[in-house]
Design a binder for this molecule. Structure first.
Ligand code: PMP
Length: 356
């Protein structure tokens, strides 16, 4: 008997998440993972590693709570927002019985995490303007324990209407947890639903240091929810989810100086996004540049396959979104620094000159 046959059936069938790093490429302009282009400088203040870390490092929790405007009891810290996505399934979904629901086109890890645990996946495809199809969500709610909604949505970049979010929260009350993925919320902080926690015992908000805080390599994310939800998640989290160096640097990133730096990062991204959007709109071969509230632009090209391959061969790595429902011809471009944005435009100009 092969080892393969010993594995759980759904693991044998599973296609793992195709993360940007797994997809590879040989680039010098990395615009496929929605990272921040510059690395902040941090040094460790702690130099001993013989002791286990705290499960939930108190200083990190206190600082994130102050930053987000919640109490420490409403915060859980984990190995990226991705671990928060998974913990929710572990705590709320019975394999083979319960389901999760999400709204494509959207972030891929909700589906992959559910599949890993053998939990059914329901799909309420977004409307043509990438808003929630609330009627479709309502029709499919039987046995759904968890609804994931990403706002700003990856990869489309738009915000989900707050009235629709409230309608879904009303439908789900007493039946399902609604997890709003705010991984990109620092780019449009006014849109956060964090102030709704008092109104909805079943609201969960996912956050991360990977985007505006420029710390994707640190692997640190947060789940915000009412205290009883956090207590449930603490039952299923690993005993020591954050290493001591991670907690050390996360606390620094959440100091006043760290938060001020994050706000400068956001201003720079917004300015470069405006520049890139305008330059793309002036190019032949660009059908649509979709409005974005985040650190990436979704762009529909007349010939996205050629654009993707030509830029790839020049070391400019974008993210192909063709396979997502409704996104034929679309590529996602992370907002890099100005030089990186210029490299994209120069390469596209050269391409349209050869194909004109
Ligand atoms: N949610 C969304 C919408 C994302 O785009 C990402 C990053 N790929 C994550 C969650 C996961 O973030 P983290 O790096 O904190 O695991």
């Amino acid at each position: 008997m092969s080892i393969e046959n010993l594995a759980r059936e759904n693991v044998r069938r599973l296609t793992p998440y195709q993360s940007a790093r797994r997809l590879g490429g040989n680039g010098d302009v990395w615009l496929n993972a929605n990272e921040f282009p510059q690395a902040p400088e941090y040094s460790l203040t702690l130099h001993t590693l013989n002791r286990y870390p705290e499960c939930q490092p108190a200083q990190v929790i206190a600082r994130y709570a102050a930053y987000a405007g919640v109490t420490p009891e409403q915060v859980l810290v984990s190995r990226g927002a991705d671990e928060g996505i998974e913990l929710l399934i572990r705590a709320f979904c019975e394999p083979g019985k319960d389901a999760i629901l999400f709204c494509p086109p959207t972030y891929g890890m909700y589906a992959v995490s559910a599949e890993t645990f053998g939990v059914e996946r329901r799909i309420a495809q977004s409307t043509a303007d990438w808003q929630l199809d609330v009627a479709s969500i309502e029709r499919q709610l039987d046995n759904v324990k968890l609804i994931y909604i990403c706002s700003p949505n990856n990869p489309t970049g738009n915000l989900v209407n707050q009235d629709d979010l409230r309608r879904v929260l009303a439908l789900a009350r007493g039946r399902a947890v609604v997890a709003i993925d705010e991984a990109y919320i620092e780019f449009c902080p006014q849109a956060s639903t964090v102030n709704w926690l008092a109104d909805y015992p079943h609201l969960v908000i996912l956050r991360t240091l990977s985007k505006a805080f420029a710390l994707a390599g640190l692997r640190c994310g947060f789940t915000l929810a009412n205290a009883d939800v956090i207590q449930l998640l603490l039952k299923v989290i690993a005993p020591y989810p954050l290493s001591l160096p991670v907690a050390d640097i996360a606390a620094q990133a959440l100091s006043d100086a760290g938060i001020a730096q994050m706000r400068r990062n956001v201003a720079e991204v917004r300015e470069n996004r405006r520049w890139l959007e305008e330059a793309l709109n002036n190019l032949d071969g660009v059908d649509t540049v979709f409005a974005s509230e985040s650190n990436y632009l979704l762009v529909r090209f007349a010939d996205s396959a050629t654009v993707f391959k030509t830029l790839w061969d020049q070391g400019i790595i974008l993210r192909d979104q063709n396979k997502q429902p409704g996104l034929a011809g679309c590529l996602r471009i992370t907002i890099g620094n100005r030089y990186e944005c210029e490299r994209v435009i120069t390469a596209l100009q050269a391409l349209s000159a050869t194909t004109a």
